[in-house]
Design a protein around this ligand. Structure first.
Ligand code: FAD
Length: 473
């Protein structure tokens, strides 16, 4: 089996999801080629891969590639892959900086090969792959592209291994049209970045001993219905792929066309005839896999994981955290249709959520038990999930779930913007944190300055067992 692996360098290291993909490739045996697209400075980071048994390491580097969005990146990679012989193309499911997860499906469609995303494990059979993915057991014929979850640790080089070299390919080597690379070939463009204060609340500091009574009062209140902010000016018409994004579409459009979750070919075929101005997708596993395929079929821009949408009546303004979450970006698409995957509220989430962060990493079991005693759903920040102390389905935030409970009790969570976008629609937010300057207090209605242990000490016995029966609130 000849395997090609896509690798990106993030913060001076190989993106961990891609490192796992390289390990998968090496463990298959056969020839392994690594392809990366980025600045020449990545050469030194990629070089050690040559000591692991990777036959060729190719860095696609040219100033005209700079600023490529997912469509332009997929185009350049497809030009390079056209020069290589491979049966299997592997990629990490996401990069830790961009987190779009769009390049692999968009590239696979550009290459005309099938793709499976969110792959946990796979086996190569007779001309086919059988894979365990987030959607179940799936099978595709070879050649194929797999976008892999992070399930393997990259091996260390043997002491006796030799260092090879990194091949540098520029736009001429791969025969890329400069008009389709970099900024020139990118339909999406960031027009503004700003510090997002949406979700800010006036925080009332309370004593730990006030919490049980506050709980009782808040539980009695009627639950608000979370709804996307209604835009004053509206687009004439928007396509919503699946019912999950109907609310978001209605908030920005006079007319909404509900599109069934058909095959990408069917959706793209209909779009080519009816030429919609905007297509919205839910940012779930299905949407994240299929939207980039349709993007490649329609050669248009796609913005991943939008947390808000705005419009001036003509253009769609897509809003999402950027630069690792330090800012929020407004993004426009200059091609049509303008496409976005949108974070939507998880309707199945509980009305009372106790969410734990890194601050209580040593006490997760106790926080879980506390949530259980209250009859609350346990959730977590990504920091806790990354530590292996909570499961991914429990993660709230940009790359986890969006919840809108009656009460969101955040314990040991600092309040990073990527976390806030997942819980800022809660009716009431209560934060427990020993740091009085923790950003979470700026986004909470009630705050307790203290540790989880002090909260337990001072309130123990005052959260009655009977509360469990009030789960339905
Ligand atoms: P920290 O930021 O480390 O905060 C821990 C807090 O605990 C501190 O405020 C500390 O004062 C407090 N503390 C310490 N001791 C105690 C104690 N005994 N009791 C109570 N409190 C205590 N994050 C998400 O949550 N969800 C996402 O979906 C998500 N997606 C991301 C996507 C991208 C592209 C990127 C770059 C990041 C993403 N993140 C996400 C990560 C995010 O930026 C933060 O790193 C993360 O939310 C921090 O988690 P935390 O608040 O638990 O940890």
């Amino acid at each position: 089996m000849k395997t090609a692996v896509l690798v990106k360098v993030v913060d001076g290291e190989i993106n961990p999801f891609d490192a796992s993909a390289v390990e998968w490739a090496l463990s298959l045996g056969g020839e392994v080629t690594v392809i990366s697209m980025g600045p020449r400075t990545w050469e030194g980071v990629l070089l050690p891969l040559t000591r692991l048994g990777v036959g060729r390491v190719i860095l696609l580097s040219d100033p005209v590639f700079a600023g490529s969005d997912t469509l332009a990146t997929a185009y350049v990679l497809s030009r390079a892959l056209a020069r290589l012989d491979y049966g299997l193309l592997l990629a990490g499911r996401k990069t830790l900086d961009g987190e779009t997860g769009q390049v692999a499906p968009c590239l696979a469609e550009t290459l005309g090969i099938p793709v499976l995303t969110n792959v946990f494990s796979f086996a190569v059979g007779d001309g086919a792959i059988v894979a365990e993915t987030a959607l179940g057991t799936e099978c595709v014929g070879l050649p194929a592209c797999l976008s892999l979850e992070r399930t393997k640790q990259l091996r260390f080089p043997s002491l006796f291994s030799q260092t090879g070299e990194v091949e540098i390919w520029d736009s001429q080597t791969v025969g890329a049209d400069p008009a389709r690379c970099g900024l020139a070939g990118s339909p999406t463009r960031v027009i503004e970045t700003f510090e997002n204060r949406k979700g800010e609340r006036a925080c009332k500091m309370i004593a730990p001993t006030d919490l049980p009574d506050l709980f009782r009062d808040l539980r009695k209140k009627q639950k608000r219905k979370a709804a996307a902010a209604e835009s004053e000016t509206k687009l004439p018409s928007v396509w919503a792929v699946g019912e999950e994004v109907l609310g978001e579409a209605r908030a920005i459009a006079k007319e909404v066309v509900l599109i069934g979750k058909d095959s990408p070919e069917a959706i793209a075929g209909r779009a080519k005839t009816e030429r919609p101005d905007v297509i919205l997708w839910n940012a779930d596993v299905w949407g994240r896999r299929n939207a980039p395929i349709v993007q490649a079929m329609l050669e248009t821009g796609l913005c991943a994981d939008c947390t808000e949408l705005e419009t001036d009546g003509k253009r769609l303004v897509m809003i999402r955290p950027a630069k690792g979450g330090s800012v929020t970006a407004k993004i426009l698409c200059r091609t049509r249709p303008q496409m976005a995957t949108v974070r939507t509220v998880d309707e199945k989430a509980g009305d009372l959520i106790v969410s734990a962060g890194r601050g209580v990493a040593d006490e997760v079991g106790a926080v879980r038990a506390f949530a259980g005693r209250l009859g609350a759903e346990f959730c977590a920040s990504r920091a806790l999930v990354d530590l292996g102390l909570a499961d991914y389905p429990e993660q709230v935030g940009l790359t986890g779930r969006v919840v809108s409970p009656k009460i969101y009790l955040a314990i040991g969570i600092s309040g990073a913007v990527q976390h806030l976008v997942g819980m800022r629609d809660a009716d009431a937010v209560i934060a427990v944190n020993p740091d009085p300057d923790a950003p979470i207090f700026g986004f909470a209605d009630y705050g307790i300055v203290g540790t989880f242990a002090s909260l337990m000490r001072e309130t123990d016995g005052r959260f009655p067992e009977g509360d469990k029966r009030n789960v339905g609130l």
